[in-house]
Design a protein around this ligand. Structure first.
Ligand code: RUB
Length: 269
């Protein structure tokens, strides 16, 4: 019974039914409680190689009570929500990419506490995590406009805006927080460069448990996600994530509040 539940979680993580650093770490931790062995830790860690938080949680799992780890996820999110609330102004248009629980929850909190803003987001090919974001935010009463990924420049560049609605903040999540920058969903690097060139501040919204001093590999995903049964002589690449240099990051919001990226790294070291 536990084996079946464990295997189902493994499959859901592999297929991105469970996605995002926080959800993956949480689900893997639960799976570990079903079969708490070293082999489980190895198996679970291998599912998403770009996830320091997954590693951290599984390393803690045999010496820290399950509920204490869960408590961290919630208390960090609550503190992040309060800092993001202060960062949002009425009438903001906030751009986001993919689906990040840290970002979505903070936006929903701000809306519930009375902030009036709208969100632009990307569909996020090939697996369309942007639809999940759009649905969650819409359900919470936030106005959402979704763009195809290749319209990123049009969505962000002021001179392209027909309706004179300008993105004035970019919020993205993170899979890994590294000394020189962050890793997040593929496309994040381009978004960061665009935001920088248009002087739109880019904020990283992430739990500090995603920090790592180690080299973090970029996960390459199954090519069928991009083109199922593609002709044999066409090469396809499907990198899941991308590095964003710290020079593009205006600030990072973690459970320690809003900080300059270098200050955050100093604190973590
Ligand atoms: C998800 C993604 C998210 C981060 C942060 O990628 O890049 O922005 O994981 O998410 P994928 P969270 O869908 O491939 O897992 O805030 O939920 O930890």
């Amino acid at each position: 019974m536990d084996k079946k539940r464990f295997d189902n979680i493994v499959e859901d993580i592999k297929k991105i039914k469970i996605q995002g650093a926080r959800n993956v770490a949480r689900a893997a931790l639960f799976a570990y409680t079903l079969i708490p062995t070293k082999a489980s830790v190895q198996k679970l860690k291998s599912l998403r190689p770009t996830e320091p938080m997954l590693e951290k949680v599984l390393d803690l799992a045999d010496k820290t009570p399950y509920k204490d780890i869960l408590e961290h996820f919630d208390s960090a999110q609550n503190k992040i929500n309060i800092s993001v609330f202060k960062l949002i102004n009425n009438k903001d248009t906030i751009f986001t990419h993919c689906h990040s629980t840290n970002v979505s929850n903070a936006l929903i909190y701000a809306k519930k506490k009375g902030k009036r803003f709208q969100v632009f987001n990307t569909e996020t090919r090939p697996l369309f995590q942007g639809r999940k974001t759009a649905e969650e935010l819409r359900k919470a009463g936030i106005k959402v406009t979704m763009f195809v990924d290749s319209a990123i420049a049009l969505a962000i560049e002021k001179e392209n805006s027909k309706d004179k609605i300008f993105v004035n903040k970019v919020f993205i999540g993170a899979d890994a927080l590294l000394p020189n920058g962050i890793i997040n969903k593929i496309g994040s690097g381009l978004i960061a460069e665009l935001a920088h060139s248009h002087k739109i501040p880019l904020y990283i919204i992430a739990d500090s448990w995603k920090f790592s001093k180690k080299k973090v590999p970029i996960e390459q995903r199954n090519l069928n996600e991009v083109w199922n049964r593609a002709p044999k002589n066409i090469k396809i690449q499907n990198p899941a994530f991308e590095f964003v240099k710290k020079k593009y990051i205006s600030g990072i919001v973690t459970e320690f509040g809003l900080m300059d990226y270098d200050k955050f790294v100093k604190k973590m070291k």
